[in-house]
Write a protein that binds this ligand. Structure first.
Ligand code: SR1
Ligand code: MG
Length: 408
């Protein structure tokens, strides 16, 4: 019987055999020298690199039915199909900016994708304080094209609804609804990770702020009901491969039709973690100044370039008769900026106090500096959520961060 005809959780040796069998028509494998290594460090899946002495290599991503972050958590292994299909679609909308998919397999819940070992995971690069001058330009193009390109403004409405149906993703959305839109404000499942020196601060600023809770409730219902765009759904710096030439976005398994500010806000918030890490850990001097100044520029430019490119995309591609109206376009784009600003706040809070944290912050060894970083990020986050409608530019977003930093 075909070993891979029925689902099981593969180990390295299985994956080596699997990659050989599934790709022998596409790759000139040297079977004897083939090796496989598990390289994943995400919260959900297993990621293997398989290679041989001829220089062939591939990434096999494999979904288990319990999540890596906690064996008590489950999510449908169908997420692997969803991820593969959206990568194929995004490659059409933003060519060359996602990894190439060789195949996906709904039995083993695995897919094979282009090996991008000549790139680094962006979060790792950020923690080494590396600078990528092309990043803001490229990620803003990726977001403008994939997000505006899947809206009702642009697409035939029946085609859009087909996509919405195909990418409905209730289990992974539920994770976001819990981890981003609920638990940071009440710890209702008792699984938040709060840095002990900030326990009282978090209680007062996040758990006991009634006005904040109401605003987050509004945003949560919006996240669940506003089928605006086909989102990546988890666009943090751990979902981006980067090198001196290219930016490649991967890991879109949380994709679904939602408000597009969710993706844009995620990118910006995660650059704020890079900012806080550099401020807390780098020695004073030219390198620190250069890195911080680049991150500040990314925070401002990702906001402004994405909004400008969205507007250009809208002007060029809008098909809906009622949406082809300048006043409506202004209203639409302003609401995307407001959602973006709110999501910056939501992502900051959930990575600081929720169950899924970020290494940029958790690896800050000096406890006082870490506590201070978390506090100013939380204060900024609250302002982004509560005053989301009052922001007009990337500069205003950065100014708020620096103002809160100066206050703690
Ligand atoms: C239970 S999964 C925790 C987090 O990891 C993923 O990358 C998503 O960000 C999710 O919220
Ligand atoms: Mg991920």
């Amino acid at each position: 019987m075909d070993k891979f005809g029925k689902y099981f959780l593969m180990k390295c040796d299985d994956v080596r055999e699997y990659a050989y069998e599934k790709l022998k028509d596409q790759f000139d494998w040297d079977k004897e020298s083939m090796e496989a290594k598990e390289i994943g460090d995400g919260n959900l899946n297993y990621v293997f690199r398989v290679w041989d002495k001829n220089g062939n290599s591939v990434i096999i991503k494999h979904a288990g039915d319990t999540l890596r972050i906690s064996s008590a958590m489950h999510a449908s292994t169908d997420r692997n199909r969803i991820e593969s299909e959206i990568l194929i679609l995004q490659d059409k909308l933003a060519p060359g900016m996602v990894p190439r998919i060789y195949f996906y397999d709904t039995v083993m819940c695995a897919c094979a994708m282009e090996d991008l070992s000549d790139h680094e995971i962006m979060r790792t690069a950020m923690m080494k304080h590396e600078i990528f001058p092309h990043f803001a330009e490229e990620i803003s193009s990726f977001m403008a094209n994939t997000l505006m390109g899947t809206t009702d403004v642009v697409l035939d409405h029946k085609d859009k609804k087909e996509l919405q149906k195909k990418y409905i993703n209730p289990e992974l959305c539920e994770i976001t609804e819990d981890l981003v839109y609920t638990e940071p404000y009440n710890d209702n499942k008792g699984r938040n990770n709060v840095f002990p020196p900030n326990k009282d601060f978090v209680k007062k600023e996040l758990y006991e702020d009634e006005e904040l809770s109401v605003e987050v409730a509004k945003l949560k219902m919006d996240f669940m009901t506003r089928a605006q765009s086909l989102l990546h759904g988890d666009l943090h710096t751990g979902s981006i491969f980067i090198n001196e030439k290219n930016t490649v976005v991967f890991d879109p398994e949380f994709c679904f039709y939602g408000p597009m500010g969710y993706d844009i806000g995620n990118v910006i918030a995660n650059m704020m973690f890079a900012y806080a890490n550099a401020k807390a850990t780098m020695a004073d001097g030219k390198e620190k100044d250069a890195f911080i100044s680049w991150v500040e520029d990314v925070i401002v430019s990702v906001t402004d370039l994405t909004m400008a490119k969205m507007r250009a995309y809208y002007d060029e591609h809008a098909t809906d008769v009622m949406a082809k109206n300048k006043k409506y376009e202004d209203y639409y784009l302003k609401s995307i900026l407001s959602d973006t600003v709110a999501v910056i706040g939501l992502e900051l809070n959930r990575r600081l106090v929720g169950m899924a944290n970020v290494k940029d912050i958790t690896t800050i060894k000096d406890e006082d500096k870490r506590a201070k970083a978390e506090r100013y990020l939380i204060l900024a986050a609250k302002e982004y959520i509560k005053k989301r409608d009052s922001f007009n530019s990337g500069k205003e977003i950065l100014d708020t961060l620096k103002e809160k930093e100066g206050r703690v």
